[in-house]
Design a protein around this ligand. Structure first.
Ligand code: HEM
Length: 590
């Protein structure tokens, strides 16, 4: 009894002290939506809102007048901002004061190594310069177009045409798109095709012919003789439908890699990406301890990385032997970086020159090559898949927007017919030419508007390497983290007006219907400043090609009332996928 009384007194004194301390805390009452407690800071609010984290970041700014807010998490101070002037200050004007720093690196150290996404300083400058040099080449654009076109017209479209007849149920379009884009990005980056996009068939030639027939119909409408011929050849040889996998040939030379290595890599890469990203969801000491003891998910990560590394070691060795054999993928281009290229990119930065010397001026080391490749795979996979998935969902639930998209496609096809099938010098693709993709202003606006409301990378963070004062007067101490909240920025009435939650592609078009970009600091979906996304233009080509090809050939529908549950991670996805019914489209414009 006495013990109980002492316990009650102790509890009352303890809780009262916590309350008094809390009330005296500098953030008490000044932090609507995120009350701060001694020691743990705003952790309770964060945990309570974990299931609606992105929406919570929007609430934080709705409940306060300012565009920058201070959040304490344990001993860390985070500044959340949606202010374009602050974003500009951090990403451009004071670029060197705000590196990635130690925030990101340890979490992705094993998977991304010293690659472009995971490095700062001279090593980042070196990779940025080499990659920019490669990315501005017209031949890379042609290569990316032909890979995307081939994957879409020889695999995705015929596969979906066959799948709609084989199943009356819905298919998960998020899963199909991520597989399709994984195949594309592997061919573009590594020069090999993992054939992740598979449509189950019973394997009979009758069904295979049905697929081919769908292909022929598409061909009749859009003159895609090459692809269909190639596809038919594969089917005729009875290799097209093989063990339930629709296979097809590609025109560019590719490295032959044993199937077991490819499968190990696909599984390993997916597992390593997932486990590295999940580290952000638990206290750091927990996963570092698991890593030290080699247990649980950290043990799984080590095994996954072994598979990834075994594959990349083989691929790099093999690719080095194939230099000069017409390979056009990024791996071949990085291997081929010659003295001349390194000379062309060398600049005054002492650090960069030292870095080039380190690379022995004529080659990039195998371990850096591995890191570069995995960074490009990660950068170009889930981002593009996220944008295409959300756009497909939005278009299929907004009939008027779908009509306008189809009208634009139809007028492009009419122009093609009038010009006798396309300009002579245009880059020829089965789906659309580069010039045709460039003409898709309305589609560009629809994708941009989707990414305003559903940004593939919903938030990003920088590290304050020194004391500073932000343009809005907020004091920053060395070690603070500055998070720019891309999701909340896109939904802020202060930035986009009272109709900020409405889906209006028109806000991206001028009075002639031409696409009108906005400042990258107000819309940092591709980041901004010196570290702006290197693949932005290629991503738009791929996204427009994919969406235009899908929408002109099929009608997609979701169940009434479907609303995606948003994931909580580095990239935005739909937690339970995008279940859709798929039907062949009969007419483009009614
Ligand atoms: C819708 C598609 C895409 C979106 C929204 C997007 C967005 C972004 C963002 C937010 C960053 C900054 C990441 C950070 O440093 O924290 C970034 C960087 C980067 N992205 Fe993209 N990205 C897309 C597609 C691509 C593609 C297709 C590629 C190339 C294959 C690519 C290559 C890169 C590279 C190399 C960087 C690092 C740039 C640097 O640090 O200098 N991205 N991207």
């Amino acid at each position: 009894m006495q013990a109980g009384m002492w316990f009650a007194i102790f509890a009352i004194v303890f809780l009262s002290s916590v309350y008094v301390l809390w009330k005296r805390h500098p953030n008490y009452g000044a932090s609507p939506g995120a009350p701060s407690f001694p020691i743990i800071g705003c952790l309770p609010a964060l945990l309570l809102n974990k299931h609606r984290y992105h929406e919570w970041t929007c609430d934080l700014f709705e409940q306060s007048h300012g565009l920058t807010r201070s959040i304490r998490l344990g001993s860390d101070i985070l500044l959340f901002t949606i202010d374009p002037t602050v974003v500009r200050h951090v990403l451009k004007d004071s670029f060197t004061s705000y590196p990635k720093g130690p925030i990101f690196y340890p979490y992705f150290e094993e998977l991304l190594g010293q690659g472009i996404l995971n490095s700062d300083g001279p090593l980042w400058v070196f990779q940025r310069k080499v990659a920019s040099h490669i990315f501005t080449s017209n031949s890379l654009r042609t290569f990316i177009l032909s890979i995307s076109d081939s994957e879409i017209s020889s695999r995705l479209l015929p596969g979906l045409a066959a799948a709609q007849h084989m199943s009356s149920d819905s298919v998960d379009m998020q899963d199909i798109l991520i597989r399709c884009i994984f195949d594309m990005i592997c061919q573009i980056t590594l020069g090999m095709d993992p054939v992740c996009l598979k449509f189950p068939t019973s394997g009979t030639m009758e069904e295979a012919d049905h697929i081919a027939m769908s292909c022929t119909e598409m061909d009749a409408r859009h003159q895609r003789h090459d692809e269909v011929h190639e596809y038919r050849e594969v089917l005729d040889e009875k290799h097209g439908v093989h063990g339930g996998i629709v296979k097809c040939s590609l025109r560019s030379p590719k490295t032959k890699v044993p199937d077991s290595l490819v499968q190990g890599f696909v599984q390993g890469f997916q597992a390593a990406t997932r486990i590295s990203a999940e580290r952000f969801l638990v206290p750091r000491f927990l996963w570092t301890m698991k890593r030290f003891l080699r247990i649980g998910s950290e043990r799984e990560l080590l095994q996954a990385l072994e598979q990834v590394n075994e594959f990349t070691t083989f691929l790099i060795k093999q690719s080095k032997k194939e230099i000069g054999k017409g390979r056009k993928d990024l791996l071949a281009r990085f291997i081929h970086v010659s003295d001349e290229t390194l000379g062309a990119i060398a600049c005054d930065d002492m650090g960069v020159n030292a870095c080039i010397r380190e690379q022995e001026r004529s080659t990039i080391s195998d371990s850096l090559l591995r890191d570069i490749l995995l960074n490009f795979l990660l950068a170009g996979l889930e981002t593009v898949a996220s944008a295409v998935t959300f756009t497909l969902w939005i278009v299929s639930t907004h009939p008027e927007i779908e009509r306008r998209v189809l009208r634009e496609i139809s007028s492009i096809l009419a122009d093609r017919e009038q010009n006798g099938g396309g300009e002579e010098d245009a880059i020829k693709v089965g789906t659309f030419t580069y010039e045709e993709v460039r003409k898709m202003d309305y589609m560009h606006a629809v994708i941009s508007e989707t990414m305003r409301l559903y940004p593939p990378v919903p938030a990003d963070c920088k590290y304050a390497a020194e004391d500073d004062v932000l343009p809005d007067g907020t004091k920053v101490s060395k070690g603070y983290r500055i998070g720019f909240m891309i999701f909340a920025m896109g939904r802020s009435a202060k930035l986009w007006g009272e109709d900020c939650l409405d889906f209006r592609p028109e806000r991206w078009l001028d009075h002639n219907g031409h696409f009108q970009p906005v400042s990258a600091f107000k819309y940092p979906v591709f980041q901004a400043g010196p570290r702006i996304c290197l693949g932005k233009d290629f991503a738009f080509i791929q996204m427009k090609l994919l969406l235009a090809s899908l929408l002109m050939n099929f009608e997609f529908a979701v169940h009434a009332g479907f609303k995606p549950k948003l994931s909580y991670g580095i990239t935005l996805s739909m937690v339970n996928g995008l279940p859709m019914t798929v039907r062949r489209r009969i007419t483009l414009v009614s």
